[in-house]
Design a protein around this ligand. Structure first.
Ligand code: CUA
Length: 152
C-alpha cells in the first residue's frame, strides 16, 4: 500500500520533471521578443518589410535600423548616411547568392545569405567615409561590389 503511494508519487514527479524540461526546451527554442524574423524569402524582398524600403530608419533617440539588400553586384542603398555616435542595428539579406558586408576601418564583417537576415549592432565613433566591400566571392564583378557609409 505504502509502496503503491510512493510509486504514484515517483511517476508524478517524473511527469512533472519531463513537463518542466519540455517547457524549458520550448522556451529556449522561441525567438526573443520583438525579433520575429530570421528568415526572409529572397524572391519577395520587394514586398517584405523592411527590405521593400532599404535604408536608414530611426527607431529611437540616437538609435537606427540600417536595412540593406545585397545583390550581384552591389548593395541597396549604395550609400548610407549615419549620424555619429548613434546606435545602428544593421539588418542585411541577399536577393541572390552569398555576399559579404565588410566595413573598412571597423570590425563589421558579416556574411550575407539569401533567405536569412543577418544582424549586427554598431556605433560609429569616428566621422568619415567608410568603404563597404563584399568579401565573399559572388561572381564576375565581385571585385567591384561595394557601397559607401558616410558618418557625420
Ligand atoms: Cu558580392 Cu562578392
Amino acid at each position: 500500500r505504502l509502496e503503491k503511494i510512493w510509486l504514484i508519487f515517483g511517476i508524478s514527479m517524473l511527469g512533472l520533471f519531463l513537463t518542466v524540461v519540455g517547457v524549458g526546451a520550448f522556451a529556449l527554442g522561441m525567438e526573443p521578443p520583438g525579433d520575429h524574423r530570421h528568415t526572409v524569402d529572397p524572391e519577395k524582398l520587394s514586398t517584405t518589410a523592411p527590405f521593400d524600403k532599404p535604408g536608414l530608419k530611426q527607431i529611437g533617440d540616437q538609435e537606427y535600423e540600417a536595412n540593406l539588400v545585397a545583390f550581384a553586384f552591389g548593395y541597396s542603398p549604395d550609400q548610407m548616411e549615419i549620424p555619429l555616435g548613434a546606435k545602428v542595428h544593421f539588418q542585411i539579406t541577399s536577393q541572390d547568392v552569398v555576399h559579404g558586408f565588410q566595413v573598412n576601418g571597423t570590425n563589421i564583417n558579416m556574411m550575407v545569405v539569401p533567405g536569412e537576415v543577418n544582424r549586427l549592432t554598431y556605433t560609429f565613433t569616428k566621422p568619415g567615409e567608410y568603404l563597404v566591400l563584399c568579401n565573399e566571392y559572388c561572381g564576375a564583378a565581385h571585385e567591384v561590389m561595394m557601397m559607401k557609409i558616410v558618418v557625420k
